[in-house]
Design a protein. Structure first.
Length: 469
């Protein structure tokens, strides 16, 4: 028996390859499926099943493409109603894979079709669970994403999740391995551990949601407390996972069109496309296409695109580091953004060489900011509210990047103001969005809060985030 966790850091997502006696199964595959097929071929194995733990909201799964390429059936748990052919497993239904068995355990609560897959080894011993978004390490799946679809309140869904955990998962042996669908950084939970694999026994000790003495009402209160609104693209990804999507090969073919500066400008004007610049923030600051949006590839790229662009049907034109065009299009497609129209051939250098206007972002470092803070300049903090509450520059205004469009009226109309985040990535995203909205009287603080503290700029007393309610 072989189990491989294929973890994608940008999405904080774990897909799984399981193999036994020449037969393989894939659980929650990513949009691009060649690596799964290649692994099976290299091992002389045949992909027999594609298991989906639920209709994912934060990424577009590769189930349809993988099924088309391999002929393997897609398996969902009870109550799932996809728009394509699939096996809808009964609770407790067994699937043989070589000399091991995979059992569908219906664990509704995160969504009503949510299913955990229990793996039994060749000796019939429970070996591992692939828990999807039902059970994370340190947390459980948020119970508010399926509200409209399930016609249930988040409290009712949380109560259902409590029952699923107590009846299906907690009775399993402590040595059972937990393989979740997500880790720290995912918006599908609140308080996930940085580890991506653990034992169920340790989770019973560490995970607040698995406390043996916890009542149903206590669980509902703790699981629903502090839930932030989900990103706007989540329901659009659910729709794609449930109803279908284009093959990624077609998306790559369309998106990898190399456009001259003139063709790029014409496409932007005629299609209403967003110009998305994915280079490093320092390169963007030095020169970029006016009104373009910066979201760098080397940060949490896909989730920020999903949160800030929101509409998966939005046409996109790209400015990328040379050679990373296909990577960018692939990563966009993972979260459902399939309408890339092409990229700027030759990048910003070609744009400038063609005599076209370029914009810049003014920046200061923390040492320079320190002298300005003493004069009372306005400082805007675009970190999350929890980060701000834990510690922030004295008198700084909180305008979280996630909701930057809701704060546009709060920024000064003429006075120069200063924008920072934790390290410089999010503040450049915020700066690009503000400039695209016609707000240019801003200065980005390079190095963010980490450098601000080193520079000795006055900050509030630290409060441990775990104590904040």
């Amino acid at each position: 028996m072989k189990i491989e966790q294929i973890y994608t850091g940008c999405l904080a997502q774990g897909a799984y390859y399981i193999e036994s006696e020449g037969e393989a199964a894939i659980i929650d595959p990513l949009r691009e499926v060649d690596s799964y097929i290649r692994t099976a071929e290299e091992n002389g194995a045949e992909i027999k099943y594609i298991f989906e733990t639920h209709f994912h909201a934060d990424f577009v799964s590769g189930h349809l493409t993988l099924s088309k390429e391999t002929g393997a059936p897609i398996v969902y748990g009870p109550t799932a109603e996809p728009s394509f052919d699939a096996i809808i497993a009964e609770d407790g239904q067994e699937f043989k894979l070589g000399n091991v068995t995979i059992i569908a355990l219906h664990t509704p609560g995160h969504t009503m079709e949510s299913t955990t897959y229990l793996l039994r080894d060749e000796n019939g011993k429970d070996h591992a669970i692939f828990s999807g978004d039902t059970l994370f390490l340190g947390d459980v799946g948020r119970p508010d994403l399926a509200q409209k679809a399930a016609h249930m309140t988040q409290e009712e869904l949380a109560g259902t999740l409590f029952d699923s955990l107590r009846s299906k998962i907690m009775p399993l042996a402590d040595d059972v391995i937990v393989y979740p669908a997500h880790g720290a950084g995912s918006a599908c939970g609140k308080n996930m551990m940085k580890e991506t694999v653990d034992t169920l026994g340790n989770q019973k000790k560490m995970n607040y949601a698995l406390r043996a003495d916890m009542t149903r009402d206590e669980f509902i209160e703790e699981v629903t407390e502090g839930l932030l609104p989900p990103p706007q693209y989540f329901p659009l990804n659910v729709k794609m996972n449930k109803e279908g999507y284009e093959d990624i090969d077609k998306i790559l073919e369309r998106g990898t069109q190399a456009l001259s500066p003139d063709a790029f400008e014409t496409a932007a004007n005629e299609t209403g496309a967003i110009v998305l610049d994915v280079r490093h923030q320092d390169d963007f600051a030095k020169g970029h296409v006016p009104r373009s949006i910066f979201i760098g590839l080397d940060g949490s790229f896909a989730p920020w695109v999903g949160a800030l662009v929101a509409d998966v049907k939005q046409p996109i034109l790209l400015v990328t580091p040379e050679g990373r065009e296909e990577e960018t299009i692939t990563r966009l497609s993972r979260v459902g953004f399939d309408h890339t129209l092409g990229y700027l051939k030759g990048g910003i250098d070609a744009w400038k060489a063609a005599g076209k206007e370029a914009d810049t972002v003014d920046s200061v470092n923390a040492e320079e900011l320190k002298a300005l803070v003493d004069k009372g300049v306005p400082v805007y903090d675009v970190r999350k509210e929890s980060e701000y509450k834990a510690e922030h520059v004295e008198d700084a205004h909180l305008t979280p990047l996630d909701y930057i469009n809701d704060h546009l009226s709060e920024f000064p109309e003429k006075e120069t103001f200063y924008v920072h985040c934790a390290g410089g990535y999010r503040s450049m995203i915020a700066s690009s969005i503000l400039k695209s909205r016609g707000i240019h009287n801003l200065v980005d603080v390079t190095g963010g809060f980490a450098d601000i503290k080193k520079a000795g700029i006055p900050v509030t007393d630290y409060i441990c985030p775990t104590t904040l309610k």
